[in-house]
Design a protein around this ligand. Sequence first.
Ligand code: SF4
Ligand code: SF4
Length: 510
Amino acid sequence: MTTLLDTINNDPRRTAVLVEDATPVNNHEFRADYEARRKIFPSRVQGFYRQLKWILVAVLLGIYWFTPWIRWDRGPHAPDQAVLLDLAHRRFYFFAVEIWPQEFYYVAGLLIMAGLGLFLVTSIAGRAWCGYACPQTVWTDMFIQVERWIEGDRNARMKLDAAPWTFAKWRKRLTVWTLWIVISVATGGAWIFYFADAPTLARDMVTGQAAPVAYFTVLTLAATTFWLAGFMREQVCTYMCPWPRIQGAMLDENSLIVTYNDWRGEPRSRHSKKAIAKGLDVGDCVDCNACVAACPMGIDIRDGQQLECITCALCIDACDTVMDKVGRPLGLISYSTLVDFEHHTQTAKQQGRETATTEQKRVSFAHIARPRTILYFTLWAAIGLGMLVVLFTRGHLDVTVLHDRAPLFVTLSDGSVRNGYTLKLASKTLDERPLELSLEGVDDAVMWTPESETRSRQLAVMVPPDAVRDLRVFVSRPPGAEAVSFTFLVTDPESGEAVRSTARFETGSR
Ligand code: SF4
Ligand code: SF4
């Protein structure tokens, strides 16, 4: 009985034909959703993109692992860690910048910029994020490299995987898993150092004095890293991550994607010299499967663009190595836009494969500046610039006034009316700060604090460094005063910085 899968697998659009004997070759059968996972053993490749990926892995991991250990002197009243999410004191330190909780819009702005940046990169270079910078890719790459060191390249790993559990197999697997655990613990361990003073926390972790939540976080992150990069691998990208679906909407005919140039590869031939001797028209693809063996997603790029492809470009390196060996121009698999691909296809049809191959550019930069990318970049730059302006022109003083609700006002024995307020004075400098508090808009009012009964129109207030001081203030006006709005003025006599907050003086009258 012919099943649906047979029908799909026999679809001529998915079946290459070798020119020599016209035998259908279908190495990479269409995978139905319910098919059990086939383990993937990517082979070692060498080339430009592989080198680039290793450099990026080193840079990204270097940033992740070493950033918490960079020191930044902020004086005696603030932590000296350059990048610190100080949740206990509700501060975020990033080198010279300090973000307070009420300034969370900076974080929101950064997230929007990250989103727009991702859109921009995707519309220019496809899934570059997935292929080069996504943590799942970076850690999976490292874990596969560990496997290669211990178990060998693709064929050796496949053989070992199929072999029974002998002592030698246990020894190799346990060595691999141990190294994975070391990397996983280092991954989880680095994360927590962003939330506390790194040297102190490291010492506390080793001596068993750190908070339980620190150990729990490290264990959770280590376990998920071990499981996702060690065992789940390409399934995370294919089934768990929503990004492959979203990115489909961002790619257009001008986006660079990893492309098998079938206009020069087909018809593929394993024995091209024999085929050429027979006078057959053969393409550059020698059907060696090196591109498939190198693919960490286990797909055949010659079947066209697929959701699983993370644009890691390892198939480009693998194929370039083969092209080099057979003496053909590099770039049978290359980064290409759909526009360029169609142009080369037409050229190949009209002027022959050799002409199209000669004029083929490996990477086209001609379509980077187009309305969509210009819009993304403009929005991204405008938000970034706006945030920088706000960041470097923001004040270091803030005041918020809360009026007492119960009672709203009190009539004193001499008939004058008193209102109570709580002022929240925020000083964002790293030194203790003497400030002056005064009243505007009520000429007949005086004020005082519970600590000092001396009535005055101006009070001297000391605010601790990098802190908010709650200040209770009473304001009174003579008998018969009407309700009125007025202003608390807070001034730093040293710097001249001043902030105001409007309040209401209630008397019971309308
Ligand atoms: S097809 Fe090529 S670019 Fe796509 S995931 Fe596989 S190796 Fe990477
Ligand atoms: S590596 Fe290149 S030549 Fe070999 S099968 Fe893939 S596309 Fe064809």
